[in-house]
Design a protein around this ligand. Structure first.
Ligand code: SAH
Length: 643
């Protein structure tokens, strides 16, 4: 697409540079197809390949010259300047290029000419998507409310394989012709009659599944949109302009490819997962060649690739990462264990098993999220490739799959952040440790689904939450007490999340026990604070002791979490002994139990007494620093003001 950008200010020149980079990155244009005209003095902002303008008159001359040749003109200036400049050049909407105006500050992007046919709206949306301008689309109600082909493709997340063809088809639509939509991937994309705009006709699945020979076309009437009741030649002739939703390239032998009245445009959904296995050190080009050959051989559109998948051993495989990076493709790596659990019939190999711990990498990783293998393991120059098509469950368009990891604070509703409360309300599924579920249940309406697990089943709990989110049943809220990150589930969710790439994660912070406890005690954490968990379930005892010593020596206020559990007793005493090695036995200490819950207890004491306190799993313990005071029964660590 030939694009010309004009900018008349220094700021505008910077914007021109960004738009040029975007258009080349998005493959809207080849670098050589973009020209940039900027005002002199601002040339440092767009370093190369631009023409310097001297004055308005000269600019008008360039506009006149470029207008008939370009596909798009982008003016970075006041709309008035652009309108005056293009006014003498206007011919006909079937010929005029797309014209857009972007303001200097890159706040707005306004298509002022050829919004549909010339693709100005589409271009404005692309620019706005990436550069965060606001697209000011003014054509919505014109052209009889018809949806241009590019808009149709866009609304279903389909890639247009040929913009020229898209333009011709939109032009036909505007002339009153009907466009037939042939959905060849109906197990991936669910097109309902309501998804089909006026002027488009959805061919039924009989047409798509190999019934071309008898040219059977049928459909049901729905506002007159999809009524094609009589099969036969007339229909075929009447609906020669087609949009094929497919990941398969058509061969040139396909009917009507070269006839003007029979134009077919392929619209491609990103629905293919490509599983890759390779030897250590395989370079980027070898990987590219393998994928290209595989896709060439099987007539697959490369724009249908949704993601590349492999085993986590390859997470640092430079060639593979470089390929994905260059193609802008996400890459998902699965553990051998996860791959082993994928059900199906795969081409197993003892060699692969010996190296990776699982008998097949490419096929299993391609279908790890579900879907159906369409190309089984093939080897090209040492790279194994398998391709799976994602089925409906995994890629219904734009369905949000949110997993919120929410810190609910100490326990009562008032200790929650507004955001946490909001998320609890909006999520349909609530997951968490039973005790916390019991805390929130009374605050919520009765129609929620709960996923409860016991104490030790953290990994299982997180997996269940991720699976629930991935299933698309609704947004999921995984609740943690206090803060979601501090000895909470947020980290584990992220660690497991690479296996569930379609799930969007948001962590909602909460008031951790060190803060709510400190406040109940007075101002226990008034200065530098070390939070240490005494639980040795996941942390070696020696490391806990080392940190205790370091915190004691550093004269930190120390907040001790998990000071005891039903099975672990004596830990608090041990911790007090360690701290007492360097701290005064009269150091002011405190502890709180069941903050914000039934049985809330707050006590201030000293280090020498603290070891004898009976802590339980709902207790948080505070050891003051050398400055901490007992002020009228409150534990206060001064900030250091001289009073
Ligand atoms: N994510 C939580 C901590 C979980 S670890 C948070 O940020 O607060 C569990 C430990 O946190 C408990 O053993 C206890 O030390 C502390 N804790 C959590 N909730 C508490 C409460 N309501 N009252 C007192 N201590 C609490």
């Amino acid at each position: 697409m030939k694009t010309v950008i004009f900018a008349v200010t220094t700021e505008g020149a910077g914007a021109a540079g960004r738009i040029r980079d975007l258009l080349t990155e998005e493959n809207f244009c080849k670098g050589s197809d973009i020209k940039v005209y900027i005002k002199h003095k601002s040339d440092t902002l767009v370093k190369d390949r631009c023409v310097i303008l001297f004055d308005r008159e000269e600019m008008a001359g360039y506009v006149r010259r470029e207008f008939p040749r370009a596909d798009a003109l982008i003016f970075i200036c006041a709309a008035g300047i652009a309108v005056r400049m293009i006014a003498p050049c206007l011919e006909h909407k079937s010929k005029d290029p797309a014209v857009l105006v972007v303001d200097d500050g890159m706040n707005y992007c306004i298509p002022i000419l050829s919004g549909h046919l010339g693709g100005a709206n589409e271009l404005a949306r692309t620019i706005s998507d990436r550069l965060k301008t606001i697209p000011v689309i003014t054509t919505a109600s014109d052209v009889a409310g018809l949806t241009a082909v590019d808009m149709f493709a866009r609304s279903h997340d389909l890639v247009i394989t040929d913009f020229e063809r898209a333009k011709v088809l939109t032009a036909a639509l505007l002339e009153g012709e009907k466009l037939m939509v042939v959905n060849e991937v109906s197990d991936t994309i669910d097109l309902m009659p309501a998804d089909i705009p006026d002027g488009y006709i959805l061919a039924d699945s009989g047409y798509t599944s190999g019934m071309r020979d008898d040219k059977k076309i049928s459909g049901t009437a729905d506002n007159g949109r999809t009524a094609i009741n009589s099969p036969g030649k007339d229909n075929e002739a009447g609906y020669g302009k087609k949009l094929r939703i497919t990941y398969k390239k058509r061969g040139d032998h396909d009917e009507g490819w070269n006839r003007e009245d029979m134009i077919t445009l392929d619209l491609v959904p990103a629905c293919l997962n490509v599983g890759i296995g390779c030897r250590r050190g395989t370079d980027r080009e070898t990987i590219r060649a393998a994928i290209d050959r595989c896709f060439g051989l099987h007539n697959l559109h490369k724009s249908a690739i949704k993601r590349i998948c492999s085993i986590d051993l390859k997470a640092d495989e430079e060639g593979l990462l470089a390929y994905c990076n260059e193609e802008g493709l996400p890459c998902t790596f699965y553990s051998a264990d996860r791959l082993k659990r994928v059900e199906g019939d795969f081409a197993g190999s003892d060699f692969v098993s010996g190296v990776t711990g699982v008998d097949n990498v490419c096929e299993r990783s391609a279908v790890a999220e579900g879907g159906r293998l369409i190309v089984r393991k093939e080897a090209y120059d040492g790279v194994t490739v398998a391709v799976a098509v994602r089925t409906r469950m995994q890629c219904q368009k734009n369905r949000p799959r949110g997993l919120y990891v929410v810190g609910i604070g100490p326990g009562d509703e008032k200790g929650m952040t507004i955001r946490a409360r909001e998320v609890l309300d909006k999520c349909r599924i609530i997951a968490g440790y039973k005790t916390y579920i019991d805390l929130v249940k009374p605050m919520l309406p009765g129609d929620k689904e709960y996923i409860e697990t016991g104490m030790r089943a953290e990994e299982e709990r997180c997996r269940m939450a991720l699976e629930a989110a991935a299933s698309g049943r609704g947004d999921v809220c995984m609740i943690c007490s206090g803060d979601a990150g501090i000895y909470g589930m947020a980290g584990l969710i992220y660690e497991l999340s690479c296996e569930y790439p379609e799930v969007n994660i948001e962590v909602v912070p909460g008031v951790t026990a060190a803060l709510s406890g400190s406040a109940l005690l007075g101002a226990a954490a008034g200065h530098d604070l070390a939070i240490i968990s005494l639980s040795d379930l996941l942390t070696p005892q020696a490391l806990i002791e080392k940190r205790l010593r370091a915190a004691a020596e550093g004269d930190y206020v120390i907040a001790l979490y998990n000071p005891a559990s039903k099975k672990r007793t004596g830990y608090l005493k041990k911790a007090c002994d360690i701290v007492s090695e360097v701290r005064n036995p009269d150091t002011v200490c405190g502890y709180v139990r069941n903050i914000g819950r039934k049985g809330e207890t707050v006590r201030v004491t000293t280090l020498k007494e603290l070891g004898n306190v009976e802590a339980d799993m709902f207790t948080t313990v505070f050891i003051g620093n050398s400055m901490t005071k007992n002020i009228g029964g409150h534990m206060v660590t001064p900030r250091g003001y001289r009073l």
